[in-house]
Design a protein around this ligand. Structure first.
Ligand code: MCN
Length: 790
């Protein structure tokens, strides 16, 4: 079935209420910490209080004898018994020197490298006993100098022997000579230095893991709050524990948000699984909020210099970028691909810039590992590009919308100079719709009204593009990644015609149980209630690559569509047999198989029953059952895009920024469920606004302590920070997946930060303020205004 026929099916584009919400709203969801196994003990981790130190000795003698303590493991106990944590998606350096991949032991051996690093695991009968004993573990450290700022990394003391200058890799894309050549003949060059602030993901449910081991079957089970259980299992068995994969079952039950931070194989997950066998008991660990701040992989943390060359008409000629990316103390599972193929390849944005050169230096510092956080690389690219485009508009006297429109790509497919080929889009349509919805025509009047109150009003634009549906194996491989990321779906039709879908995607808030059911119900012509979706269990789902990169509907959904093609093909054979017709004469629509040109028909339910009750069934030609599995590897990314327009009021006396208006027009191709998509956009926008105005993860420069280690110091956006959003969409269906969908899960977080900061800068630029880094807190805005005065 083609994407255009699919879009016309019933249930597609319908705001079906979320099937999963009854269980969440009535408190009957089951998160990992809700699971309690027989014979279960609790684990607490002793963590490094220092950012960088040698471990001289660990004395567990006092803790060992404390009530309830079963065992205390240190790095030495694990050393040699398992491998280190892997960096799954390796990127190779492009300057000829090998990328440094230092060992990442599950528990530190000899040295700690960030505050919160894992020093020992204490296992006791109760959580309180484990906590008390953990406090009694005495560690003698020899403290070393710490480096936390990526700009200082090269001068800092080496974290790892294999990286004496803390440099991990250099990576570049584009033709440097050609870019230099266009800069030499440019009519205007705009330059910008910016920092993309480090963020803490802060999912509502902190991470949690319970390992258990069944001696009778020689099998492990790990319950874990995770976004991709099959990959977790693969990495843990193949790289760390050296176990046959089928001997480990990973179950990620209800997960209360991940935002990228639960894609990785974390030390705690491995430690509790391994310890379960050693102690012959289940071992449970749940992070408290402070541990989440310290030890969940953080996001962003780039420092960038960029330059945009323009001709006399404001057409972009070239973009030159250098970024220093902070990777933290160790390589987290996917960290190396974030500042490279998920970042640099997006720097064409929506524009026809013919030459782009991007160079990335990635560094180790004494901070928590940095990895993907909602958007992963693409927010960093969009922030840079949309900031420099707006600055170029102001420098050349063009309006923010005009400079964008002059440079929009209008013809598709479009090959960018940074490896991607956009299949479809209509950037002018999104811009025009956004301008109308935002009432840009009324901005001058609103600005005057603000001025009358002594406030400065500014308007900010951002026209973002992202690459979702991660990742086509052929493109990922060509860009140096180790693996591509297909998806798997199984459709099990039951004899009564109801259906269970087994998907390798994982829903941790995105509503897959509803939208995937809509897809199946639409194709088979059955009620949405008759379709259940199973995910998050390696024991039930054949295989999966999980959820991140807004890939689930476009890759996981496409795998389901492929399995449905097989179901339909087999069901037609059964229908032909039932109606004593030739298979080629059977057509299927609206849940009915009909013989072309006649009124003969059988329902999907009749066919399903026949598959399992095969009277007079031609068993020599047809197997009983109606159950199909498919794997789908996309041929390209999907390219959601849109234009966001914001308005802010700034109080020049205090620096307080009030976000007054936010308009977002997105292109997600065919939309399965507009209510769920709107919710996804809302969530993303709030996270992007949080980054722009409030959130900032700060380490003390000297001690390497996390200064913003609680919600008292790390400001999350709240309802009163956010205006009512005005949302709309344009639709250019994706041309290469069978649903025509493009991902929507990260768009809001990608497009919104530059829209907000451009508006803040627009508000205060006549006061002489030229530059402002995120978050635009009152203190920063006020200081920038004062600095501009002098
Ligand atoms: N959808 C749709 N029509 C489209 C596109 C999507 O109806 N054209 C629906 C999908 O069927 C799905 C939802 O919208 O129910 C999101 O789909 P998609 O864009 O494919 O994204 P994923 O499901 O792969 O989710 C991943 C994405 C990412 S990368 C992060 S980070 C993120 C996000 O989703 N983390 C989230 N949204 C989140 N929402 C919640 N509540 N919690 C998180 O941790």
């Amino acid at each position: 079935m083609g994407a255009s026929d699919f879009a016309k099916l019933p249930h597609i584009g319908e705001a079906v209420r979320r099937k999963e919400d009854y269980r969440f709203l009535t408190g009957s969801g089951q998160y990992t910490d809700d699971v309690n196994l027989p014979n279960q003990r609790c684990a607490v981790f002793v963590r490094s209080p220092h950012a960088h130190a040698m471990i001289k000795s660990i004395d567990t003698s006092r803790a060992d004898g404390m009530p309830g303590v079963a065992k205390i493991f240190t790095g030495k106990d694990l050393d040699g018994k398992m491998g280190g944590l892997p960096c799954g998606w390796l990127i190779t350096s492009t300057d000829g020197t090998p990328m440094k991949e230092p060992p990442h032991p599950v528990l530190a051996v000899g040295k700690v490298r960030y505050v919160g690093d894992h020093v020992a695991m204490v296992i006791a009968d109760t959580l309180e006993q484990a906590r008390n004993a953990a406090e009694a573990v005495s560690v003698d450290y020899d403290v070393l100098p710490a480096v936390v700022d990526v700009r200082d990394a090269a001068k800092g003391k080496a974290l790892h022997d294999i990286a004496p200058d803390n440099h991990c890799y250099k990576w570049a894309i584009g033709d440097k000579a050609k870019v230099d050549e266009v800069f030499a003949r440019a009519a205007h060059v705009t330059k910008l230095d910016l920092t993309n602030n480090r963020l803490v993901p802060n999912a509502m449910e902190p991470r949690s893991a319970i390992g258990s081991f069944n001696r009778a079957s020689d099998e492990y089970t790990l319950y874990v709050s995770n976004q991709n259980p099959h990959v977790e299992r693969l990495l843990m068995t193949a790289f760390v524990l050296g176990l046959p994969e089928h001997k480990v079952r990973v179950i990620a039950p209800d997960v209360g948000g991940g935002f990228g931070s639960k894609i990785y194989l974390y030390a705690e997950d491995v430690a509790v699984t391994w310890a379960a066998k050693q102690l012959n008991c289940a071992v449970k660990w749940t992070a408290d909020r402070s541990e989440a701040f310290l030890c969940d992989a953080h996001g962003r943390d780039h420092v960038t210099h960029c330059e945009l060359a323009l001709d006399a008409q404001g057409k972009f000629l070239g973009l030159r970028v250098h970024t220093d990316a902070n990777l933290g103390a160790y390589l987290s599972t996917f960290s190396t691909c974030v500042p490279t193929i998920l970042y640099a390849t997006l720097l064409a944005g929506q524009y026809t810039t013919p030459q782009i050169y991007v160079e990335v230096d990635a560094w180790f510092t004494n901070t928590a590992p940095v990895d993907a956080y909602r958007g992963a690389g693409r927010p960093e690219a969009t922030y840079l590009l949309e900031r420099i485009v707006t600055r170029a508009a102001w420098e050349t006297g063009l309006s923010q919308d005009e400079i964008r429109k002059r440079n929009f790509i209008t013809s598709f497919p479009y090959q960018t100079p940074v490896a991607l080929q956009y299949d479809t889009g209509d950037y002018h349509a999104a811009m025009d719709k956004a301008k109308q919805l935002a009432d840009v025509a009324g901005f001058d009047a609103r600005r005057k009204a603000s001025e009358a109150k002594g406030l400065k009003r500014g308007i900010g634009y951002s026209s973002y593009i992202e690459a979702c549906g991660i990742a086509p194996s052929n493109i990922a491989g060509a860009l140096g990644a180790r693996a591509g990321l297909f998806e798997c779906g199984e459709i099990r039709v039951h004899p009564t015609g109801s259906v269970t879908v087994f998907t390798g995607s994982h829903s941790h808030g995105q509503g897959h149980e509803t939208t995937f059911a809509q897809v199946v119900a639409a194709r088979l012509g059955i009620p949405v209630e008759n379709v259940d979706v199973v995910h998050g269990d390696t024991g039930r789902v054949p295989f999966g690559m999980g959820t991140y990169g807004s890939r689930s509907i476009s890759v996981g959904g496409a795998a389901i569509m492929k399995a449905l093609d097989k179901i339909e093909a087999k069901a037609k054979k059964i229908a032909a047999h039932l109606m004593e017709a030739g298979e080629g004469d059977v057509e299927f629509s609206g849940g009915e198989f009909k013989i072309k040109g006649t009124d003969k028909k059988v329902t999907f339910g009749q066919v399903a029953l026949t598959a399992y009750v095969p009277h007079n069934y031609p068993l020599d030609k047809l197997e009983p059952g109606l159950n199909e599995t498919a794997f789908y590897d996309p041929t390209n990314f999907t390219f959601p895009a849109g234009t966001y327009i914001t308005e802010v009021e700034v109080d020049p006396a205090t620096g307080v920024v009030r976000l007054d208006r936010f308009t977002a027009v997105d292109d997600f191709g065919t939309i399965i469920n507009p209510m769920i998509v709107e919710g996804q956009v809302h969530g993303g926008l709030v996270q992007g606004i949080g980054q722009a105005l409030l959130e900032n993860c700060v380490y003390d420069k000297d001690s390497g302590q996390l200064v913003t280690g609680s919600f008292m110091d790390y400001a999350m956006p709240r309802a009163d920070d956010i205006p009512m959003f005005k949302l709309d969409t344009v639709c250019t269906p994706c041309t290469h997946n069978p649903l025509g969908t493009k991902g929507c899960g990260e768009a809001g977080a990608i497009g919104s930060p530059p829209a907000v900061i451009n508006a803040v800068l627009d508000a205060v630029r006549d006061l002489g303020v030229k530059e402002l880094d995120m978050p635009a807190t009152p203190a920063r805005v006020w200081a920038a205004i004062q600095a501009a005065k002098h």
